[in-house]
Structure formats: structure tokens, C-alpha cells
Design a protein around this ligand. Structure first.
Ligand code: GLN
Length: 270
């Protein structure tokens, strides 16, 4: 089969599932052939024999499984991270969480201790380690499966010695003082209908309780109890009002930020 015929086949299989069926098919072909996209475009008349992996990948994608899980990688901040069904797929809006954390870190003492609650694939802690060479970072996750993924990602980006990986619930396993908490916790309400793709992601990483903001509220409580200097969290687009009310009742003044789509997406407190 010629490469362009494989692309055509993929477009037919995936056009109901994704707005970019051609690009996704080409990415699968690149992985199957071990070639770059530019090679594929220049050789679209070449004859190839698609293997079992390619056909299975198309079937998985046609069944709405996210492309990132099929390829085993996702990009975040222009870097490549390994992902699989043990961890949440990085979202572009989480780059803003990292940006805010970096800005807040500048106001902290040197060698500040930053704790990430719910580190998943490790993207946030790893980017912080890369961007803030002097801080000490602890990445906490309740899932040992997720910690395996984040540790191998930290190794891949050369920062495994800068981050302590800890299995635990919230701050239960942290006994040192903390200067900043960073978190993109699960914040979806338990009964919110999910798109088909989301059902492939770990529910532990998605659902934050009955209303969805329960984990965020608990993190705010911990921020106060542990006398932490700064807190930055991602949240759901509709959680600004309840979280504002929650903070104000505790005498805190959160600053909210929006994502690139203009939706409320997170907050920080100093
Ligand atoms: N910190 C990881 C991320 O932002 C995981 C978040 C999570 O599992 N809720 O993608």
C-alpha cells in the first residue's frame, strides 16, 4: 500500500473522532516507520506494508482512546513526556500553572521548598525543577503507578536528583516546612458527564468529590495549617465563585487567572 493510501485509510477511520484525522494518522505512521513527518510527506508515494500495531492503533483511536496513550507520549512546554493510562494527559492550560508558580517562587527565600500535590506524570514538578535551579521540590502522589511514570519522566529530563518523589495523601508524608504548594488536583464533580476520551484517563486524577472543588478546599486548609507562604492551583472554569467565597471566609485573598480560552482556570494566594 502506498503511504498516501494508508493516510487515506486512517482519515476514513478517524474522521468522526478527531478534527485532525490526517495529522493523527501521519503521526501513527511516523511511529510505525520510525521516521519524521517531513520524511513521510516527501515519500507519500512509497509502498509500505502497514503492520499490526498500526491497524490496532487506528482501532483504539477510532474507539476514542486519546492519541497520547496510543503513542505513549505527550508534549508539555515543548518537551516530550511519557504518558500512559496510569496518569492524566498533560493539558496546555497547565503550562499557565507552571508560569504562575515560577513567578511566585521569585518572592520566596532562596532554596525554597516547593511541594506539588498530585504530581501525576510529573510535568509540573519537572518543569519547575528545570526553570528554578535553586529550589527543592517534592512531588507527592497517592498513586504509586503515577509515581513510576513521573520518576521515569524526571530521569528523561535529567532532574530526577532534584525532585523527591513521595507516595502519600496530600501532605501526610511531608515532615519538613513548605514554602509553596502547587497543585492541579482532580476537580471534576463526580456526576459530571465526561467526553468519551476522558473515560480513558484515571478517575483518581479527574474527580475531586461531589461538587468537584472538595480537594481544592482541603488544599487551601492545608496551606493555612502548614503556614505555607504561597499556593497556586488549577481549578475548573466554574469554580471561581465557590472558591472565592471559601477563601474569603478564611480571611484569604485569592487572585484568579484565566486560560488562553478566557476561562477561569486557577488561583494563587500569597
Ligand atoms: N500534575 C499533573 C498534571 O498537571 C497531574 C494532575 C492530576 O493527576 N490531577 O497533569
Amino acid at each position: 500500500m502506498r503511504i498516501k493510501e494508508c493516510v487515506h485509510l486512517g482519515v476514513e477511520c478517524l474522521q468522526e473522532v478527531t478534527p485532525i484525522p490526517q495529522k493523527e494518522t501521519m503521526l501513527l505512521l511516523c511511529d510505525m516507520l520510525g521516521k519524521e513527518m517531513s520524511w513521510l510527506v516527501a515519500h507519500d508515494a512509497d509502498e509500505i506494508i502497514p503492520n499490526e500495531w498500526f491497524y490496532t492503533a487506528l482501532k483504539r483511536r477510532a474507539n476514542h482512546e486519546p492519541l497520547e496513550y496510543i503513542l505513549g507520549r505527550a508534549s508539555f512546554y515543548d518537551r516530550e513526556f511519557s504518558v500512559d493510562a496510569r496518569v492524566l494527559i498533560p493539558r496546555p492550560e497547565t503550562e499557565i500553572l507552571v508560569d504562575k508558580a515560577v513567578l511566585l517562587a521569585k518572592t520566596l527565600p532562596e532554596k525554597a521548598h516547593i511541594v506539588e500535590i498530585g504530581s501525576g506524570s510529573g510535568i509540573v514538578s519537572i518543569m519547575l525543577a528545570l526553570m528554578l535551579p535553586d529550589v527543592k521540590i517534592t512531588a507527592v502522589d497517592i498513586s504509586s503507578d503515577a509515581l513510576h511514570v513521573s520518576q521515569s519522566n524526571a530521569m528523561k529530563h535529567g532532574v530526577h536528583e532534584r525532585i523527591s518523589f513521595v507516595q502519600g495523601s496530600y501532605l501526610d508524608a511531608i515532615h519538613e516546612s513548605i514554602d509553596m504548594i502547587v497543585s492541579n488536583p482532580p476537580y471534576i464533580a463526580h456526576d459530571e458527564p465526561l467526553g468519551k476520551g476522558l473515560s480513558f484517563e484515571p478517575s483518581l486524577a479527574l474527580f475531586g468529590g461531589i461538587k468537584g472543588d472538595e480537594m481544592l478546599c482541603h488544599i487551601i486548609d492545608l496551606f493555612m495549617q502548614h503556614r505555607v507562604k504561597a499556593l497556586v492551583c488549577e481549578m475548573g472554569y466554574d469554580q471561581k465563585e465557590p472558591l472565592y467565597t471559601y477563601c474569603v471566609a478564611k480571611g484569604l485573598e485569592p487572585t484568579f487567572y484565566q486560560d488562553l480560552a478566557g476561562l477561569d482556570r486557577g488561583f494563587y494566594i500569597q
